[in-house]
Design a binder for this molecule. Sequence first.
Ligand SMILES: [Zn+2]
Length: 413
Amino acid sequence: MPHQGRTLIRAALVVDGQGRRASPGAVLLENARILACGEPATIGQPSGATVTDLPDAVVLPALVNVHCHLDLSHIGPMPLDGDFVSWIEQLRPARAETDEAIAASVQRGIELALAGGTALVGDIAGVRSLVPIRQLRASNLAGVSFLEIFGLGDRQVDAVRTMQEAVGDCPADERGIRLGLQPHAPYSCGRAVYEAAVQLQRPLATHLAETLEELEFVDTATGPLAAMLKRFGVWDDSIAGHRCHPIEYLARILSQEPVVVAHVNYLDNGHVEKLAGWPITIAYCPRASAYFGHPHAGRSPHRYRDMLDFGMNVALGTDGLPCLDTPDRISVLDDMRFLYQRDGVDPVTLLRMATVAGASALGFDESLVTLAPGPTAGLLAVQIDGDDPDEPLSQVLRRDDAPQWIAGPFPIR
Ligand SMILES: [Zn+2]
């Protein structure tokens, strides 16, 4: 009996981030469910199935971008002119301000994320607005829209009220997009803001230990970030240094909550061991880190491989389009490529960071972004050269072809 909606996809390699692989390989789908994955001979050719043969392609599950800023997409890639602080100051007036402009920027970001093979996003809504979450809820993406909050010193009271109102006004989970909260960073949010965010019991994210300027600010409330906050008119005399590293500053929260922590470029001795005991995810954005020239001042490179060795959940993010070198897509596939080419990381480890690590960080079922039997977020094909003797997934990571959707993206609810 023919089976309506069944599709058999055969490719040079089918592979996921949990170790499923077959080369050549096949995936049998029925609508938005994977029925089987393995060698073509094992799966056979079920009657009535539509067959797609891709002998010069690798088939992967859809990707997860655990840290992006889709509301900066209208700016496009932006050359770095100066340091981190001057970059923030250039970005500030370029942000979209009206609801229409914010919606258009997020929509552009949604299209670029989909063009990059993304099914799930951890998106930072950086303009104190619920327009981004509404735009995401009208799209084919799923994930978390983290409303970004700023509030230091006397401004913490307002910041807490903004979060409470947003949580009251906006459904927690609708059309696969959940409302999350992101206290922006330790140099822009006081502890009361972080503590209130925890109490509101929504998915949480923050930027952490991104720059040396942040380390100086948290320690002594001095330096270029203090000067910037004074120029922005958000300084008051209650703001003081904490005489510690940002990790210690937020230890009470991070040691207890599954926060998605972006960047973490600068750690001191013993920090990786400490972080490994906490329920957090590291959102590593390698292209964005390189864009800002990290590590500065002879500090050690990013410790993501040590974090992986300690069993930490390390997921990949892109950060915003202004930091990227791909104007036509926003994709962690390009961050996998960057790490493969720079550091020679094992390809399946990279695929795990770009799929299941992100899904679990955002609170979604990991199997949606694997080749396991059951519901799937979708499947991607990436071109390779069938005559190249190199292993197919390594070829994907050496090339720069855009991923193509061959199934999905399917709604995740
Ligand atoms: Zn960010």
